[in-house]
Ligand binder design. Structure first.
Ligand code: HEC
Ligand code: HEC
Length: 201
């Protein structure tokens, strides 16, 4: 909430400084016009990243991370009976924590554990594994399900987070997510500028 107020401040100052501004205008941020023709193709590129196995395998609604695509011989739950963790933290069960096997960088062995700092599952409400494009779109726009983030914060998380970065550098024989972190950040920004439209399904 504090961040949100700080973000609004420059706009609010402009309104206060303008001799033409009414009290009503000063209270309301300028509405962004939704331009679906421009925004939906941008969303499709974002969806291609978020739904990619390198991203979606950690964003599951249940307790099991997923392994998927050719490197794993298809889509399946993570081997070794790996679970979210009885405390719900996403770091695994006591005795079989993710970081027992996943270190801060990728193993060089084919089929060795990939790695990045603080390897763990995303919270259940941030689930998008096998969800539709419309569902993932609604999820990332909903502060109740995205960790209280504005869309700007979501874009910055994609640009700067180390677990996200792994999706583009996943180690031997795994297909990386399409594009790059920087490109996806820029795409989210232009999707937002077009009013962040979501597809019908
Ligand atoms: C190793 C597991 C892991 C991988 C791989 C991963 N994430 Fe996440 N992701 C997380 C965790 C944990 C969080 C929660 C972080 C937080 O809220 O501080 C998260 C949160 C997020 C969020 C913010 C919350 C939301 O739902 O909007 C976004 C956006 C996101 N991840 C995008 C991605 C993208 C894009 C990729 C692939 C390029 C990816 N993630 C790959 C674990 C992962
Ligand atoms: C007993 C060791 C072990 C534990 C514990 C473990 N993993 Fe893994 N994990 C692996 C190995 C090995 C691979 C790579 C397998 C391969 O390449 O065939 C892997 C791969 C992955 C992948 C990559 C999937 C993909 O599609 O590329 C994700 C995501 C993942 N693990 C998440 C987790 C999470 C989250 C936890 C904790 C809740 C966890 N792992 C606990 C051994 C482990």
């Amino acid at each position: 909430m504090k961040k949100f107020l700080i973000m609004l401040t420059p706009a609010a100052i402009m309104f206060w400084a303008s001799p033409f501004a009414t009290a009503q205008e000063a209270r309301q941020p300028a509405p962004v016009t939704v331009d679906a023709a421009k925004g939906l193709p941008e969303w499709d590129k974002i969806y291609a990243v978020f739904s990619h196995p390198r991203c979606a395998g950690c964003h599951v609604a249940d307790d099991r991370p997923r392994w998927s695509d050719a490197h794993y011989g298809g889509t399946r739950v993570h081997a070794f009976n790996v679970q979210r963790g009885s405390d719900g933290s996403g770091f695994g069960n006591p005795g079989l924590r993710c970081m027992t096997c996943h270190f801060s960088s990728n193993s060089n062995e084919l089929h060795g554990p990939p790695g990045a700092e603080n390897w763990h599952l995303a919270p259940v409400e941030m689930a998008w594994f096998e969800e539709s494009s419309a569902e993932i779109c609604a999820q990332i726009k909903d502060p109740a399900r995205n960790g209280g983030r504005s869309l700007q914060d979501v874009a910055l998380h994609v640009r700067d987070d180390k677990l996200v970065a792994w999706g583009w550098a996943p180690g031997a024989n795994r297909e990386p997510a399409p594009g790059s972190a920087e490109e996806t950040y820029v795409t989210i920004e232009s999707w937002m500028a077009a009013g962040a439209p979501c597809p019908a399904k």
